[in-house]
Design a protein around this ligand. Sequence first.
Ligand code: SF4
Length: 498
Amino acid sequence: MKENLPEILRAESELRDHCGVFGVYGPGEEVARLTYFGLFALQHRGQESAGIVTSDEKRLYSCKQMGLVSQVFDEPALSRLPGHIAVGHTRYSTTGSSLECNTQPLEVESSKGPLVLAHNGNLVNTRALFDELSSQGHKLQGTTDSELMAQMAAEEWEKTGDLETALANCVPQWVGAYSLVMMTKTQLLGLRDSWGIRPLCLGRLNGDHYVLASETCALNVIDAELVREVEPGELIVIDKEGLRSEKLAEPKPAMCIFEFIYFARPDSYIYGRSLHNARKRMGQLLAQEHPVKADIVIPVPDTGWPAAIGFAEASRIPFGEGLIKSRYIHRTFIQPDQRQRDMGVKMKLTPLREALAGKRVVVVEDSIVRGTTTRNIVKLLKDAGASQVHLRISSPPYRFPCFYGIDTFDRRQLLAARVRSVEEIRQYLGADSLGYLSLKGLIKAVGLPRKCFCAACFSANYPIPVPSDLKVSKFALEENEWPQEAAEKPKKTRKRKK
Ligand code: SF4
């Protein structure tokens, strides 16, 4: 299977999702099947690889591969995953390449038994941790910060003899974003960094079984009820004794506000807020901040829908469809050069000429990152006969890189960083007008205090300091001889389960 298979999906918004994590503890349940459906609901968070590991308390069973959830698993694959504890993962790479050796959940062997780890987020001190582990003679099989974390946790477990103590020792060393779902042969564990950058929620299934998931939409699909969100800095352990919780770090909440704008599914809830409703309010406030005379409001499907509905309601301009998205585009694989990126937009979105010809069109999008896709969309609409195209963006200009799990490390790739003024951005995109929602408007739409959020890609106000002497890149562990070698030819110092 091609390792760059979902490239065309990436053209959708230019922002790469990160990862989806899922876990279930359910004696008597078909946990592999539940995890499959949970991962299916989390597919939007990662489309490069998918994996499930299960345990029957005697041994682990694993299936993971490059590809979408529906491509990795079928009935025979699920039937080879028995047991009553499961951890699942869908991946988009934020540290390390899109390689088979980087697929998750990761399995690390220790003298206390195997440890399974699924990670959403990104550490900012990967290089320092890597150097430390290397100086102790450790070698990694993959090229991810997630593997570093698994190795460190397993080592501490061996030293302390107790996994909860081991994780408590690791937390101060892990600087960055991590929502983890982990498993031993007998336990399911969830852990969130003290900023709570990436979401993680706890659900209950059939009375006394528990589920951990990146988003509440993954609970809905298996009929689990939401208990609560895992708190920043909290460790949750589920085993035959039940559920217990421990605070491993002081919470300093700074949830990624982009979860509200785009990443999380609109039918999910975060901080008790409906994301669909929050996005609709973003559109309403956008209409107030940037009014325009027009004939029709259209969304960029799918993620622009709620904000476009809100914009149409507040502006009293009729809402309509002007771009039709291909439902089967994920089955088309293209190479990631610029020409093919441009082609990808045309293959994915078709303009509805009947709705657009001769009309003044407001097109609502959630964000502009590199600008390539948006520029192509404006051209598509004009080519289809729109007399004017007014771009309205339901977030502020994306000017600064994200180091916490989104693939925007390089500031030079960000349109709003390269081109300083909104007018210059408008000219580059070819729109007749351009309006961004203000940060104040965004916070108002979400309805929670500003201090609850990371909004560093708009403000450069990073809640977790990023080491200035560290070249942070998703390939940080591939920029020297050893890890590249590791990526090609796995070497083992700590045995990993097959
Ligand atoms: S920098 Fe932006 S994308 Fe990254 S965690 Fe903060 S708000 Fe989210």
